[in-house]
Design a protein around this ligand. Structure first.
Ligand SMILES: [Zn+2]
Length: 166
């Protein structure tokens, strides 16, 4: 994953190293009721799926429980199941919408393991394509990213409608 070229992450990296108090995006975003604006793709009973606005790759999903808990060890059985079901759904949505060749699925627990938001557990799902750069719109700056996110979001919502229709 380190080899992916993701210059827009610089804004994220500089934001987490600055001194301002950190808010919890996994608590705030689902509570705002602005799912489209917040790129929340799916809400389950106890977990939700959203697009990472500082993605490693197109379609980078973040999956988290609604409850503010730092580790898998803190989750209830229902939350553990919900988290895994949402992860599975995320893989299905990406497969349907973006046809990746593979995925990286992972959890960073604790700041020193690389967790950006260390107090609220979340699963990363990063779709991968053979040669990655072929799929990725060549990013010459951070300007194109919002459009890319909107496009990815609508593709995932379409996939969700398709996969959940009776
Ligand atoms: Zn939280």
């Amino acid at each position: 994953m380190e080899r992916l070229w993701a210059p827009w992450r610089m804004k994220y990296i500089t934001s987490i190293t600055s001194e301002k108090p950190k808010e919890c995006i996994f608590c705030r975003k689902p509570s705002e009721g602005k799912d489209e604006e917040n790129f929340i793709v799916y809400r389950g009973p106890n977990c939700f799926i959203m697009l990472n606005i500082f993605p490693y790759n197109t379609g980078h999903l973040l999956i988290a429980p609604y409850s503010h808990k730092p580790s898998l060890m803190d989750l209830t059985e229902e939350e553990l199941l919900g988290l895994m079901k949402c992860t599975s759904l995320g893989l299905r949505l990406l497969t349907e919408a973006l046809k990746p060749d593979g995925f990286n699925v992972g959890i960073n627990i604790g700041r020193f393991a690389g967790a950006g938001v260390e107090d609220h557990i979340h699963v990363h799902v990063v779709p991968r394509w053979a040669g990655d750069t072929n799929f990725m719109t060549v990013v010459s700056g951070t300007k194109v990213l919002p459009e890319l996110l909107k496009d990815t979001y609508s593709r995932l919502k379409e996939a969700l409608a398709k996969l959940t229709q009776p």
